[in-house]
Design a binder for this molecule. Structure first.
Ligand code: NCD
Ligand code: ZN
Length: 346
């Protein structure tokens, strides 16, 4: 069993950093291990214009720990009134790396999202032309569709037709949670990739619901049954370049999670690399970890890989991570994988 593993510094291709005192409190948790991250634009109000993204980026840079080289890769929140020229200018200037599609009402702070994909077709056509990738929250919001089926139905009703109409558009299906998602991506030759979160590789819906409801395991897309989790582990550890890490680390304060109507989001920035090393070791696939966390993402986004390395060390006795991160917006509980962690970074 290897005692240490040196890999190219990882990136996080789906991350929520929030704003203000929450941003200040949780940003060091991502900046410690990750080189870059795709920053989700679902603030209140959302990051819609080039001016919004410029200002948000400066707030992130200002909140970074001293001497940190962490690079936020900005995104714009797609609305039905997005101005294609403003978006193209943000792309041409190098400010934004992707645009994010939230179906309206699908998840936390998605009220300004897209109600009907037809209404954004001109913008998507423009994105295809200029090579600007689209990150997709792949769940339908139809109240008649069961929450556990929303991803599979999204593929059938929205994603497959969209990709048929606009095959040149580069799409990232984010936080894939089902074997349907894995299979759909696996069947596709080009212009489609999928991110997988740390927590969806570890928990299934029993962890969330059996023996009492666990609000800190509640996120969207919701964790599915075990067979889906196994399909995700297989995809992540396969070495298939179409799958890479997007933690979807999404902090909410404990009072907002531990509530009669708790917010969706799992916060895993603090121990993600330790959790992933555990999962990949368990699967006998430690040699595939670097691809998943550090190589496949940059390849899909046409970006260089990070030039520095990190070393993961395996300890005989379990490593402890903080249970909570204290922020000016309240305590944020760190993802509990439910098993002892033996890996640390450094
Ligand atoms: C995210 C959040 O809290 O912003 N929540 C989540 O459960 N993943 C929103 C999202 O990415 O869906
Ligand atoms: Zn997210």
């Amino acid at each position: 069993m290897p005692k240490s593993l040196t890999i190219t510094r990882p990136d996080d291709w789906h991350l929520h950093l929030r704003d203000g005192v929450m941003l200040q409190g949780i940003l060091p948790e991502s900046a410690r291990d990750f080189g870059r991250a795709i920053i989700m634009p679902n603030l209140v109000p959302p990051v819609v214009t080039m001016a919004d993204a410029t200002a948000y980026r400066s707030r992130i840079i200002k909140a970074l720990p001293k001497n940190s080289d962490f690079q936020p890769l900005m995104t714009l929140y797609l609305t039905e009134t997005t101005d294609p020229d403003d978006m193209a200018a943000a792309h041409a200037s190098g400010l934004i790396t992707a645009v994010k599609l939230y179906p309206a009402g699908a998840t936390t702070n998605s009220d300004s999202g897209v109600k009907d994909i037809k209404n954004v077709m001109p913008v998507l056509e423009h994105m295809a032309k200029i090579g600007l990738p689209l990150c997709v929250h792949g769940e339908v919001t139809d109240p008649n569709v069961d929450i556990f089926d929303r991803e599979a139905v999204f593929i059938e009703r929205v994603l497959a037709p969209l990709r048929q109409n606009l095959p040149e558009l580069r799409v990232i299906m984010e936080h894939v949670t089902t074997s349907d998602g894995v299979d759909y991506i696996g069947e596709t030759e080009k212009n489609l990739a999928g991110t997988i979160t740390t927590h969806h590789l570890i928990i299934n819906r029993n962890h969330l619901l059996v023996g009492g409801i666990k609000p800190h395991y509640y996120c969207l897309p919701i964790a599915k049954r075990e067979s889906h989790r196994m399909a995700l582990v297989k995809a992540a550890t396969s070495g298939d370049k179409r799958f890479f890490l997007g933690t979807d680390s999404a902090p909410h304060s404990d009072p907002n999670k531990e509530s009669a109507c708790g917010c969706a989001g799992v916060f895993s920035a603090t121990n993600t690399m330790a959790c992933l090393a555990h999962v990949f070791e368990d699967t006998g696939a430690l040699d595939k970890l670097e691809g998943f966390t550090s190589l496949h993402g940059p390849a899909y986004y046409n970006l260089p890989v990070n030039t520095d390395k990190i070393t993961l060390t395996r300890h005989d006795t379990p490593v402890s991570f903080p249970e909570k991160i204290e922020t000016g917006a309240g305590p944020v509980t760190v993802f509990d994988p439910g098993f002892p962690l033996h890996w640390s970074v450094g």
